[in-house]
Structures are given as structure tokens and as C-alpha cells.
Design a protein around this ligand. Structure first.
Ligand code: ASP
Length: 333
């Protein structure tokens, strides 16, 4: 394990030195099929997030912690990077619209004390995660949706922004021209939702999850991402988990809550994610185009992830550096 870890960290440093790496300048470590994700550094803080856009999000979360932010601040600051990035076409600005051409956003946030806030089907607000935080902090509720969520955001001082970029509009027009039938596709458009979990130096956990949901979804559709226990769950005594992929099956199995409960029963984060994927594969109708990925972070700083199919990646940040990992999966294609 020590060698594996040092390879990962040296990959990171080497890639930076050589000016290599992906868009964000980090190395990717590819796990051989069947190998489980290494339990990365247990030193605090630790940040883990979904997909390759998680690398940039992790850095913002890391900076937040360096500047005195707590886990909750870091989680929010981290995912805000993806929300504002027009090239991430499944989150916030630049997110692909629903079938009617509207960008509607789902987001939630949860802290170490069990507080949670969420918004669903929110339009025209750049940072839905920050509205979710306001729901948590300034209302007695957990979730606000649609027009009510937008009114709340405006009352809280958020400004309206047009979130539909030219690229997203063109993709929607092409989709309409192709017959306009909604069909989920595994790993398509490099799925997707950013879910980010933080264990700060005080060993407090928090998490955030934000998405524009499945591209070209039915208007009004809400996925797993803003639903506490489905898209995100944090239990400061045990650990935290978040999900990405086809939200319907995550909702049906309350995936993130399940991952945390499996950790409570003694499973490692990696094993808990794997068991939650296996549950989903047996308890729901899994189809060929379906992808789901879970990531988890324990109270002691151990990370883990598992997916239904190959193609899911997660990004981990610790004092030792930053890595992007290919996540093992239940099926091999
Ligand atoms: N889980 C998100 C949803 O169902 C989408 C995704 O992560 O790909 O809305």
C-alpha cells in the first residue's frame, strides 16, 4: 500500500513538474480491474469529490480550509467552482437544460451537526448550493423547490443570471432535432453532478452536492442530488457519502444514507460504496446505459468509492497532494 500511495503522490508531483496531466494539471492513477480504491491519507484535512471537475473544486475547498474555513465552508466553496464553470455541462452555469430548454438546478448541503438545506428545480441562480445553505441557516425547513426556492433566493439577496450557455442551447437544439426522446446514457457528457465531502482539521465532516440533473429531463423532474440521504448524507459520528449518476435508482435505495449506515456497521468507505452499488443492482432495474457512482469519507479520514460501470472517477485532496482516481465498478462494461 505504501508503494501504491507513494506512486500516486509522485505521479502528482511528476505531472506538475513535467507540465503534463489533464485539464487541471493533475495526474490520473489508473487502478487495475478488480483492485479496490486505496484508502488514501488519514491525515486531516481530507477532501473527496466526484469526477475530474472535482480536482478544481477540491483545490477551492482546500484554500477555504487554509484560510480558516470549516468543513461546511470548504464544501460550499469547493462545489461553487463547478457551478460557475461553463465547461462543466452538468452543473450550474453551462448545465444542459431540461426537455423544454430550461436549466433547472438541484443542490444540497449538510453540516457536522446534522443540519441540512436543499433546493430543487431552481432556475437562474448561479450558486444553488449557497441558496441551500441559506435554507439550512435561515429557515426552519430543509428543502425549497421551484418558484418558491427562487423567491427565497431573491429575498436573500441572490441575483438572477441566465444559466443557458450557447453550447448548452446548441446541444438542446440538436437533441430536439434528433427526435427529442429522453434516454439516460452511462458516462455521457462526462457525467456529472459534483458531490464533495470534507473532513476538516477538527475532524468535522460536511458535504455538498449540486447538479443540473439529467440532460433533457422531463420539466419538473428532481433527481437524487438535492434529497438528503439520497444524493448526500453526513453523520459526524461515522462518515459522509455522496452520489452521482442516474438519480432515480439512488433515490429508490436512499444511496448515500445507505453508504453511511454500512460504514456505521463497520464497513470501510470503499466496501460501503460497493455494497450500496450491489444493493441498487439487485433492488432496482439496472439497464445498460445506467451509471451510478458513490464516494465516501470516514470520520477517520479514509476515502472510498465504487461505481456501477467503469468510467467514474473521483478526486482526492490531502496534505500529500491531489489525485484523480479511476473508481472500480460492479460491471466491467
Ligand atoms: N444524479 C444526478 C441526477 O440524477 C445526475 C448525475 O449525477 O449524473 O440528477
Amino acid at each position: 500500500m505504501a508503494n501504491r500511495r507513494s506512486f500516486i503522490i509522485h505521479s502528482f508531483i511528476g505531472a506538475l513538474a513535467a507540465g503534463l496531466g489533464c485539464r487541471y494539471g493533475y495526474a490520473t492513477h489508473v487502478l487495475a480491474p478488480g483492485m479496490s480504491l486505496p484508502a488514501l491519507p488519514a491525515e486531516l484535512p481530507v477532501i473527496i469529490s466526484t469526477w475530474n471537475h472535482g480536482l478544481a473544486a477540491n483545490e477551492a475547498a482546500w484554500q477555504s480550509l487554509l484560510h480558516g474555513g470549516k468543513a461546511l465552508d470548504a464544501a460550499e466553496q469547493g462545489v461553487m467552482v463547478s457551478e460557475a464553470d461553463p465547461e462543466v455541462n452538468s452543473v450550474g452555469y453551462g448545465g444542459l437544460p431540461d426537455a423544454s430548454g430550461k436549466v433547472t438546478l438541484d443542490a444540497c448541503i449538510m453540516d457536522s451537526k446534522g443540519n441540512a438545506g436543499s433546493v430543487a428545480c431552481l432556475e437562474n441562480i448561479l450558486h444553488p448550493v449557497s441558496v441551500a445553505r441559506k435554507v439550512m441557516e435561515n429557515t426552519p425547513h430543509v428543502m425549497l423547490t421551484g418558484a418558491g426556492a427562487l423567491q427565497f433566493a431573491l429575498d436573500q439577496g441572490f441575483e438572477q443570471t441566465d444559466l443557458l450557455t450557447d453550447a448548452a442551447r446548441k446541444a438542446w437544439e440538436n437533441w430536439k432535432a434528433s427526435g427529442a426522446r429522453y434516454a439516460p446514457q452511462a458516462n455521457w457528457e462526462n457525467h456529472d453532478t459534483i458531490g464533495l465531502l470534507v473532513l476538516d482539521t477538527e475532524a468535522s465532516l460536511a458535504g455538498a452536492c449540486t447538479t443540473s440533473g439529467m440532460a433533457f429531463k422531463h420539466p419538473g423532474r428532481v433527481g437524487d442530488s438535492p434529497v438528503i440521504g439520497a444524493g448526500l448524507f453526513v453523520d459526524n459520528a461515522v462518515g459522509a457519502a455522496t452520489a452521482t449518476g442516474e438519480g432515480e435508482v439512488v433515490l429508490k435505495t436512499l444511496g448515500s444514507f445507505l453508504v453511511v449506515e454500512l460504514m456505521r456497521q463497520g464497513h470501510s468507505p470503499a466496501k460501503a460504496c460497493e455494497e450500496a452499488v450491489r444493493r441498487l443492482a439487485t433492488a432496482t432495474s439496472v439497464h445498460k446505459q445506467m451509471q451510478v457512482g458513490y464516494i465516501a469519507l470516514s470520520k477517520t479520514g479514509e476515502t472510498g468509492a465504487f461505481a456501477l460501470r467503469p468510467g467514474f472517477q473521483c478526486a482526492v485532496r490531502s496534505a500529500k497532494g491531489s489525485v484523480l482516481l479511476d473508481v472500480p465498478s460492479l460491471f466491467q462494461d
